[in-house]
Design a protein around this ligand. Structure first.
Ligand code: SAM
Length: 349
């Protein structure tokens, strides 16, 4: 096993058979070795710096009905909200003061915060904060809209493909949603020039090791600049309320594999990881992640952006908790980097 991990580190390549062994391995020493190699690679690229992104959850209104998601349109127990442009700009102002130089606007696919509204909002953020990166995570849109958002100043776009197996995709989404469209959207984002992020939920209902291997092969082909992976966590008001949560261990293992395959890629230690395990954020970093995304949304709305049960939004998960985050990072030898932290191709050491 260690031999394959060494080869993966050097060549960034691994066969399907070796991946199966690595993903199902129960030997603690080998897994420990995998995490250490991934951490070393992350250190050689980013040092002990952890980039921070200020997450602004702009709306929990969504026209989609993904079976796993707490803000799906059929969930009538959600208190729906949308932030006004002024509220979003206020979040940016607070974030800027705290040292954030990336703002991530995430939300449901909302018909009211439509293309024109979003374009005008991004334009205003860009003009107020020329030195900041603007990341969007707002789902699927027509090419022209992505293009205009890019032209008015958005730099990055996060759109998890969720699964690269069409059948599995259809187990997770209603028939109105299209696997092909998701994948085309990702390719479009890349073509336009966005730093593009994709990813999966680990342990989503019906997911198999074969699916994960397909995901990895897709990512090899797409070469995303960011990879967002976190465990699936059930939400009580969804069709998957009774499903098992994904495994923290498997999520960490995948973070390490992705770090070895894509050394320069930006990989967050996700909120879902921190929500499922007390030291999940730190363990993600020790497994090779190099980004965290504290929550900058107005405190009174955070509980309404409930994608899954017990989602962390306070303490070190929050922008106002940066000191706590900083202390937690210090304990494992890392510190916050206030750099914009764009994707750069580094040479592997
Ligand atoms: N609407 C945008 C989109 O579809 O990309 C962004 C918002 S969506 C809520 C952001 C991500 O949350 C999804 O890509 C999904 O992977 C994740 N998510 C949703 N429900 C989840 C759950 N129950 N457990 C873990 N992650 C979840």
């Amino acid at each position: 096993m260690k031999q394959w991990i060494d080869i993966l580190r050097q060549s960034h390549q691994i066969s399907d058979e070796e991946l199966i062994q690595l993903l199902t391995c129960t030997d603690a020493d080998s897994i420990d070795y995998l995490h250490r190699q991934a951490q070393e690679v992350a250190l050689s690229h980013f040092g002990y710096n952890i980039y921070i992104r200020g997450l602004i959850e702009i709306s929990n209104c969504c026209r989609n009905d993904c079976y796993y998601c707490g803000i799906r349109k059929s969930n009538t127990n959600v208190d729906r909200y949308r932030l006004s442009r002024e509220q979003i700009l206020e979040c940016c102002a607070q974030g800027y003061k705290l040292g954030f130089r990336t703002f991530v606007m995430q939300g449901g696919e909302d018909r009211v915060q439509n293309a024109d509204w979003l374009i005008a909002t991004v334009k205003e953020i860009r003009s107020n904060y020329p030195d900041c990166a603007i990341t969007l995570s707002l789902g699927e849109m027509p090419r022209e809209v992505y293009q205009q958002l890019f032209e008015v100043g958005a730099n990055r776009y996060l759109l998890r493909h969720e699964t690269y197996d069409e059948k599995h995709y259809n187990q997770l989404h209603p028939k109105e949603m299209s696997f092909d469209h998701r994948i085309v959207s990702l390719r479009t984002l890349k073509e336009i020039g966005f730093q593009t992020g994709t990813g999966i939920m680990v342990g989503s209902p019906g997911q198999t090791i074969a699916h994960i291997i397909k995901d990895i092969r897709f990512m090899e082909e797409l070469q995303p600049q960011m990879i967002g992976i976190g465990p699936f966590i059930p939400h009580k008001d969804t069709p998957f309320a009774q499903a098992q949560a994904g495994s923290v261990e498997l999520t960490l293992r995948l973070i390490s594999i992705f770090r070895l395959m894509f050394p320069s890629t930006l990989i967050p230690s996700t909120t879902a990881l921190a929500s499922l395990s007390k030291d999940g954020r730190e363990r993600g970093i020790l497994a090779g992640a190099n980004v965290v995304m504290p929550n900058l949304s107005p405190v009174d709305q955070r509980k309404n952006y409930s994608l899954y049960n017990n989602k962390a939004a306070l303490g070190a998960e929050s922008a106002e908790g940066l000191k706590l985050l900083s202390l937690q990072l210090e304990k494992i030898g890392y510190h916050i980097s206030y750099d914009r932290g764009d994707f750069r191709l580094h040479t592997t050491i």
